[in-house]
Design a protein around this ligand. Sequence first.
Ligand code: GLA
Length: 658
Amino acid sequence: MPSLRDAVRGRILFGGDYNPEQWPEEVWGDDVRLMKEAGVNSVTLGVFSWAKIEPRPGAREFGWLDRLMDLMHGHGIGVVLATPTASPPPWMGARHPETLPRAEDGSIIWYGSRQQFCPSSPVYRRYAAALTEDLAARYAGHPALTMWHINNEYCTHCWCDETAAHFRRWLRERYGTLDALNEAWGTAFWSQRYDTWTEILPPRKAQYMKNPAQVLDFKRFTSDALLECYTAERDIVARHTPDIPVTTNFMPLWSGQDAWAWSAEEDVVSVDIYPDPRDPWGGQYNAMIADMTRSQAAGPWALMEQAAGSVNWRPVNQPKPEGLNRLWSLQSVARGADAVCYFQWRQSRQGAEKFHSGMLGHAGEHGRAFRETRRLGAELAAIGPAVSGAGVDAGVAVLHDWDAWWAGAQEGSPSALLDYAEVIRHWHRALWENGTATDFARPGADLGRYPVVVVPHLYLLDDAAIDNLVAYVRGGGRLVCGFFSGVADRDDRIRPGGMDARLRELFGIGVLHEWWPLEADEAVECDGFRGTLWSEELEAAEDAEVLATYRDGELAGLPAVLRKGRATYVSTLPEPAALRSLLGDVVREAGLGPVLAGLPEGVEAVRRGELLFLLHHRREMVTVAVPGAHEDLLTGRTVVDRIALGRYGAAVLRSTAP
Ligand code: GLA
């Protein structure tokens, strides 16, 4: 099977989405000149080119793309070629309105923007397949082609009649009989029993709260329906070019796609990351998405898009300050990226994204964006041969699962403030601040190679996952589990006792009486720290050790954190410093150290292969102790025992000790 290695060939891919159809052809020459100057070795073509290639149904206009493919090849720039199926042209919606998605309330999502297709529409799928077929046939064997990029950020949801029919087929496959479906959905509640399959609908706009099991299945279905669109196109391109790797770009920590299931269908796992440059924890967010994507890829991954400067979809969009783009790019490489790419090469002058930055901004080749692009291109070229393909070893796995996310994010839960992604981020931050190398894993994965596993919050755990966790601890692993976990089974049925009995036994929880979610401005004092967001009324089993109790409020005197052997349960969300110290203790007990001890605050150290990356997330000058002699691959200089890092500074060190 082809892989990222085939596209990368010992370098780091550097480049981005290139949308030359927005520009007169005389600009293309300028583009390649500047790409060469910046060390760009890869462009992604065609992402939104459907209307250009197929201006009317069945037409094919490939001439411009032929010229571009040749132009890129002539300059030694590889092409990640996209199937342009994310944005059907207006003619499709006008002639085939049934391809347009319907919202929950039945209203039509019109053309005039992008991504307006119903994933279940046979007409959309037919046109997409035909175009993909011709595109693949035409460019199979073109020497510029390095990778296929299917569609773009699959994210469409649809509640139309075609979707309803498709949903029913999916449900029949899953449940076999209506009785089984009625049982799984708990339709005895509120008189929701289905008597025939045709009565079943996607969960459309309703009078009051919807059936949560139906909503959960619809989320599973939507991820699968989109995946069918992806695999259909993937199979076409793979038939024409079996040696060219295929990817589709994920959105980061995005609830709409089960990225574990999707990544198993990709040769290359790629993601788009847009940390907020104003967020003081933007670096941690970038690290978390990198860790997650590397885990999905089980190795090197591709940063398919990021912004050189500002985005244009936050309420206020400031650019990245000088140096931050470089820092976060090197951070992605440190954490396993073999491609550092952008949306987009040249900033648009027209259209909805004309205020979104580009590698080459409106200021042109004399602007800061391009100056920084050029510098980064040179640096990635310098470190590429040493870093490309290398692995990152982690001793801790954070468990993350879409079923649990989907099931937990429902109406009528104990707290609308519980945000799954934020909880994951809070736990990852504690590990990141401790300098602990961290992977992500799904709850059913083989966890044996991780001395420590943490579960920030998995509301739903199926039986196999629970058995897996119990076996992991029995086999010598250390497990730390956050609140409101193991509550529901695969059908979102609450487990007897409010939490699975095997897990209660594992953690030494005698009785789980009640959940006590906290208000946004509320905190609960515990021994030595404050808990936020959540608390639980627990009784410890006799064989449990209570590590911390609640100190105030209704739960005063009851266990907040308890532990039995190597299994620890944390019934609240400890403030960051407390979670950091709790996880730090467990990681130390497991014999795992930080990547580099004694780092100044704000400096991150990551080991990738034989290289040590030092990344400074703050602005003041610091000195980092790095015992021994090293070569800094970014500067070519020798570093002995210490190195000074300025604002957003970075070093990529290779030991030169004999
Ligand atoms: C996504 C899309 C791009 C572009 C960027 C803007 O990542 O894939 O086409 O819209 O967002 O940030």
